[in-house]
Design a protein around this ligand. Structure first.
Ligand code: MG
Length: 391
């Protein structure tokens, strides 16, 4: 597989929503296209940033795309002449110091996504099938390869209002559309408002276990312990990011006091940081949920290192529930046998729902088996590649 071209376009994905920590009004993302040639056939691989960390145009244009373009063919291929994702990862990371992961992990992740899309198309396989073939699917009684639990994430604070009726409508639409759980934001409004929103969602769901909350790290202060206790008494499916992402001591305190499952990890961007989270965050294997996001953390290769470390500490792949709702996470969850796929419940956004070839039935996604990641089958996402593909 020879790299013919690679390009990036930074696009606006701003929306009139917010969580407890930030507004999404000025959010951006990187759309990436990589054209490759193999056996005299050309394929275009597509990548698109994860949500919440802005685009990575500067890093991609200054460092990572030039490194990929400068690579010799043999630096990207194995002994049989097939594309080797691990060697490609090493090309991207040459001359990068360890630690201090910052924004570059998202730049590498989105470029690696485009390479996986191109590689899978060249093999005439969906990415989930290629991942299962490369790394194996978990061997258990859970969903089969190509299928995965899927849940809806929403309940944002609208910049115009934050009423419980809107949350109930969103939750109802999510369950009507087949999603297994509904997650809403907390910690960005007075406690009474948050509890009203939660109980509105529980009433629609029929059980608190089908509802989860996400505090985006904003309930870590001593003044918030009473709020966490109130959430714990709700009997929810899980409480997400109760404290700031790198406050492992605070997280360990939560794990010691909350009966409810804790979910965290979406702002952990490397194997080393994931290891520290598991070693020092007090999390409980088999009970808590790990949400590291492959696109924000150097892509599939680094994510597999995280999984292998976690497995060595008694965790299962089913404990991994990647953040954000992008096509890479969907294919990784279905191909590797991870825990569940998150998708945004808002209408018509790049992280909303699934592509047109993927079905959702009774809380399970049956993922499109078209070659690649299915981005071309998701109009709300594919439209961001306009101009990039022609250029
Ligand atoms: Mg979250």
């Amino acid at each position: 597989m020879q790299i013919l071209s690679a390009s990036e376009k930074t696009v606006s994905i701003g929306s009139g929503t917010a969580n407890a920590a930030i507004s999404f009004e000025n959010m951006t993302a990187s759309a990436v296209a990589v054209q490759v040639e193999t056996k005299n056939r050309r394929f275009t691989g597509l990548g698109f940033s994860s949500y919440g960390r802005y685009g990575h145009g500067g890093l991609l244009r200054e460092r990572f795309i030039p490194r990929l373009r400068a690579a010799q063919d043999k630096e990207l291929l194995d002994d049989s002449g097939t594309f080797d994702p691990e060697k490609a990862w090493a090309v991207l990371m040459q001359d990068e110091k360890e630690g201090g992961h910052g924004e570059r992990s998202g730049a590498v992740g989105v470029l690696e996504m485009a390479l996986w899309d191109a590689f899978a198309k060249s093999q005439d396989m969906p990415v989930w099938g290629l991942l299962a073939e490369t790394f194996g699917h978990i061997d258990d009684s859970g969903p089969a390869v190509g299928e995965c639990p899927i849940y809806a994430s929403g309940g944002h604070y609208l910049l115009s209002s934050d009423d419980a009726r809107g949350v109930a409508d969103e939750a109802k639409r999510s369950f009507d559309n087949g999603y297994a759980y509904f997650k809403l934001k907390v910690g960005g409004a007075p406690e009474s408002t948050d509890l009203a929103r939660i109980h509105a969602a529980i009433e629609v769901a029929g059980s608190p276990r089908l509802v989860a909350v996400d505090a985006n790290g904003m309930l870590g202060g001593a003044e918030s312990s009473g709020r966490l206790d109130a959430l714990d008494r709700c009997g929810l499916g899980w409480i997400e990011e109760p404290v700031a992402p790198l406050d492992f001591n605070g997280l360990a305190g939560c794990a010691g006091s909350l009966d409810t499952s804790i979910a965290t990890g979406e702002n952990i961007f490397s194997e080393a940081d994931a290891a520290n989270l598991l070693l020092f965050g007090g999390l409980r294997a088999g009970k808590d949920k790990l949400q590291m996001d492959p696109l924000l953390s150097y892509g599939v290769i680094e994510y597999m290192r995280m999984i292998q470390f976690a497995e060595s500490r008694g965790w299962s792949r089913r404990d991994f529930h990647p953040h954000a709702g992008h096509q890479m996470a969907l294919h990784m969850v279905a191909g590797l046998g991870l825990g569940s796929h998150e998708t945004a419940s808002v209408h018509d956004g790049p992280f909303s729902g699934v592509d047109e070839g993927t079905r959702i039935e009774d809380g399970i996604a049956i993922v499109n088996d078209a070659p690649g990641l299915g981005i071309e089958y998701k109009p709300s996402l594919y439209r961001y590649f306009d101009g990039l593909l022609a250029g």
